[in-house]
Design a protein around this ligand. Structure first.
Ligand SMILES: [Zn+2]
Length: 450
């Protein structure tokens, strides 16, 4: 008698940008998101932790590589490229993009994030799975690095982007003709996610992948404007998008039989009502700031520079390195920390431990500082505060994110048809590899099974 071999189900990763756990739990609990509730009833739900700075390009790179920024090297929405001696701006705001140079920003966001900024030691989930002979698909996610060249669909772009075999990026790159509508017609109306939804339905209808990343960005956009836990209309569209995937598979039973699912956010959001300009504190240094995190690129004595933020009500913590140690400073108090040299994976600390009592605070702060592209100082904003970007733009009166604080850092994490814990967004890539029996890159690790 031959053994019964259970075929490995395909895996869909659904990322809803900026969705807080409280909003997710609310709409699942009150019945207003029936598709999400259906997945919850067949899966395992928990709150998980993002990376730091908790900003989309950093977080999506962590989801795709299973690493914090010490490995994937994407430091912020806006940063200073020391090698090329220029600013990189991935799209803090239209004003900030104009200030950094619109054409340059477009090149950086569409090509260079993947082609040259993403660390060479990092392995993307697409590279790992396709090297093992599987087919990966990516819809709209900004961290897409793969091995297959895709020619642009529009004449303003001139060179191929290297993504997974199935690759769809805001109508700019489309590996297959799907008939999906133009994505950028009306952002507040949800046309970007409508495009993503049409592509994902096309892929599910054809069972055209082993692994699919389905990235929905419009919720974050709405939540920045309306504030956290208020963008019910945008979330209802996300629920519809999930429902239409289930329908495309032929219904609930067929969908759950064919697919395992991870549904999560990249970061949370918190309300902001106050705006600070870090440039006013550091007029002679180079500041890159946006949302609720800032960086200072500085020569000179870092402790003296950090001291300037003592008593500054916009700041929760300022971080910097001093030889083999890192320092976290708040209002004149210090915590010094470094990874322990022993067998355990913890940190040795001295000073006021409450300064970094944030979720995964020591690990995330260390990894942010260990990124070669980060500023010498990294500033995490206090609750309610935002740092103005290059053009002075902010979201005061709405929602924002980027800091180490819980509200910016916690995400909903739902797994369906998988038996491994994801406690951090960095667990998702190893979890996907393990699902398909593909070896992990040396920096990645798998959490214990439930
Ligand atoms: Zn955002």
């Amino acid at each position: 008698m031959s053994p019964i071999v259970s075929p490995v189900r395909s895996l869909i990763l659904i990322v809803i940008d900026g969705l807080t756990p409280s909003m997710f739990e609310q709409v699942v609990g009150d019945g207003s998101a029936p598709a999400l509730a259906l997945l919850v009833s067949h899966g395992s739900y928990r709150r998980a932790i993002s990376t730091f700075p908790s900003l989309t390009p950093v977080c999506l790179s962590s989801l795709a590589t299973g690493a914090h920024p010490d490995v994937h090297e994407i430091p912020h929405l806006v940063w200073y490229h020391r090698g090329e001696q220029r600013l990189v701006e991935y799209g803090s705001s239209f004003g900030a993009v104009r200030a950094a140079g619109t054409r340059r920003s477009l090149q950086d966001t569409v090509y260079e994030l993947n082609a040259s900024h993403l660390g060479t030691r990092a392995v993307t989930v697409y590279e790992a799975l396709e090297d093992a002979g599987l087919t990966a698909a990516a819809v709209n996610i900004t961290c897409y690095r793969g091995r297959t060249p895709h020619l642009p669909t529009v004449p303003i772009l001139t060179r191929p982007a290297y993504g997974p075999k199935r690759f769809f990026f805001y109508n700019l790159f489309e590996s297959d003709v799907t008939g999906a509508p133009l994505s950028v017609r009306n952002r507040p109306g949800g046309t970007i996610d409508a495009y993503a939804g049409a592509v994902a339905r096309w892929l599910v209808t054809r069972d055209g992948f082993d692994f699919l990343v389905y990235y929905l960005s419009d919720y974050d956009y709405a939540s920045h404007a309306q504030g956290p836990d208020a963008a019910h209309g945008a979330l209802a569209r996300c629920d519809d998008a999930v429902a239409s995937l289930i329908a495309a598979a032929g219904g609930e039973e067929e969908f759950l039989e064919r697919y395992a699912v991870v549904l999560c956010a990249d970061h949370g959001q918190t309300s902001v009502s106050e705006v600070a300009r870090l440039e006013d504190v550091y007029p002679d240094e180079l500041v890159t700031a946006s949302n609720r995190a800032g960086m200072v690129y500085a020569a000179g004595e870092l402790q003296a520079l950090a001291t300037r933020l003592d008593g500054n009500e916009s700041v929760d913590v300022v971080l910097y390195r001093e030889q083999e140690e890192a320092v976290a400073r708040r209002d004149g108090e210090e915590l010094r920390f470094a990874p322990s040299t022993g067998a355990d994976e913890g940190f040795t600390t001295s000073g006021d431990a409450s300064i970094l009592d944030h979720p995964d605070g020591l690990e995330r702060a260390w990894a942010a500082l260990a990124n070669p592209n980060a500023g010498e100082l990294i500033v995490s904003a206090a609750l309610g505060w935002e740092f103005a970007d290059l053009a002075g733009r902010h979201h005061s009166g709405g929602g924002s994110h980027g800091s180490l604080l819980t509200g910016d850092s916690e995400v909903p994490m739902l797994t369906v048809g998988l038996d491994v814990e994801a406690r951090s967004i960095t667990d998702v890539m190893p979890l996907a590899l393990e699902h398909f029996g593909v070896p992990l890159p040396s920096y990645a690790r798998l959490r214990p099974r439930r």
